[in-house]
Design a protein around this ligand. Structure first.
Ligand SMILES: Cc1ncc(COP(=O)(O)O)c(C=O)c1O
Length: 429
């Protein structure tokens, strides 16, 4: 505690017989010995802590910038530097509000403007047709594994179809078993989830309420390049796009529901985005908890309960950034270039590095690869970390390495990785 004259040191006190608040410099709430004269103690608040030497602040920012690594994590994952710096500049006071976004009422006009802008920018990015709702929810994509059958199936006996191309679609299928009758129309398990079949091979049920796919398997690095059509003319295509959301243009009208956890491409963990065709809303099974009922969230503009406000704000900043880059057509071009140089390095290594995934369905976002000499994998990860390239270890279920190269991974990060891979090979071949 230190003496200060800042206006922020004032407590707002309600005087007796007054029904309005009066700013007043006050003593801290400590009891003083009655013999001592009253001496107001002023509290130093964070404002003073912030107003430090601007040169010191700049030096600190530069030191932090040098500390930053290339983060190849699968999620939570790298975020655009410009977004982080903007969030930093607005963290303490969101312009015009006098407070941080974290302190705002989710029902106030400031947050309303934030969530509305986030939705509007996302609609522009993905060209979401007006007959679709955008929901900002919580619970991760995992909660959608249950919410989907609860909302899209009238009864637990309804049939639905799942294409199982990796761990995530398998998890979605298993969760659905509790709420409807899911059927696996194709599984890549026998081939270690390295393929997506020609769509004619999907043994779809003509009565299935929906056909579920995972558009990009984060762990196995398998990505749909186009999309199957449900055999049931009244059925809909549903996609988990958690790990390739907003990485390329998507024709939303082909889907009944698209859902994604934010923490890979568009924000921090804690926000789950659902894009749903309006006629699919309002048919939830009776036992559906309110937090899983799309109708409740759609009717309340994602504000039925307290939403993940700060996460939504961050997603909004990312959407703005993607628009500034020229939208998803431009973003996809960058992603293609990054993926191309990484896959070329793997394929051009004479087998030193290997990609297990069939070429036509290799993910632009998550690139798993192995070393021919698997005993060197630990060394590879250790040396890469020393060069400030981190989180390259493959998922524990598959081993090897995985480089996640989401939107926010700069080309320079992939170039550095490729240069390191070549150097490592030269030293260990
Ligand atoms: C494709 C995919 N689906 C679902 C999930 C689960 O997401 P969450 O942890 O947000 O529930 C993940 C998480 O990595 C994922 O990559």
């Amino acid at each position: 505690m230190s003496i200060s004259t800042s206006p922020h040191s004032h407590f707002l006190l309600r005087k007796q017989n007054q029904n309005h608040f009066v700013p007043k410099t006050v003593s801290a709430p400590v009891s003083l010995p009655s013999s001592r004269p009253f001496r107001p103690i002023k509290i130093k608040c964070a404002t003073q802590i912030q107003t430090q030497d601007p040169h010191a602040a700049r030096a600190q920012a530069q030191a932090h910038a040098q500390e930053r690594v290339f983060n190849f994590a699968a999620g939570p994952a790298i975020l655009p530097e410009s977004v982080l710096l903007r969030a930093q500049s607005e963290l303490y006071v969101w312009p015009g509000s006098g407070m941080s976004v974290m302190e705002m009422s989710h029902r106030g006009k400031e947050f309303k403007s934030i969530i509305e802008k986030a939705e509007s920018d996302l609609r522009t990015l993905l060209q979401i047709p007006p007959e679709y709702s955008v929901l900002f929810l919580q619970g991760g994509a995992t909660s959608q594994f249950a919410a989907l059958p609860l909302n899209l199936c009238a009864a637990a006996t309804d049939p639905v179809d799942y294409v199982v191309t990796g761990s995530w679609s398998d998890k979605a299928f298993k969760e659905a078993q509790k709420f409807c009758k899911p059927n696996v129309v194709w599984s890549g398990k026998a081939e270690k989830y390295t393929k997506i079949p020609p769509f004619g091979e999907l043994k779809q049920n003509p009565d299935a309420k929906y056909l579920h796919i995972c558009a990009n398997e984060t762990i196995h690095g398998v990505e749909f390049k186009n999309y199957p059509t449900p055999k049931n003319p009244n059925g809909v295509l549903v996609a988990d796009m958690s790990s390739n959301f907003c990485s390329k243009p998507v024709d939303v009208s082909k889907f009944g529901v698209i859902y994604a956890g934010a923490q890979k491409n568009v924000g921090p963990s804690g926000v789950t985005i659902v894009i749903i065709r309006n006629d699919l809303i309002g048919h939830a099974q009776g036992l559906t908890p309110v937090m899983f009922d799309y109708k409740i969230h759609a009717e309340n503009n994602s504000l039925y309960n307290t939403p993940p406000c700060y996460g939504i704000y961050m997603c909004g900043l990312v959407f703005e950034d993607l628009l500034e880059q020229g939208g998803l057509v431009e973003v996809e071009k960058k992603n293609q270039k990054k993926a191309e140089i990484l896959y070329n390095a793997i394929d051009g290594s004479n087998g030193f590095y290997k990609s297990p995934v069939e070429k036509s369905v290799r993910s632009l976002m998550n690139v798993p690869f192995t070393l021919e000499k698997s005993e060197l994998e630990g060394e590879f990860i250790k040396e890469a970390a020393k060069e400030k390239m981190v989180q390259l270890k493959g998922h524990r279920s598959v081993g090897g390495m995985r480089a996640s190269i989401y939107n926010a991974m700069p080309l320079a990060g992939v170039q550095k990785l490729v240069a390191f891979m070549k150097d490592f090979q030269a030293r260990h071949a």
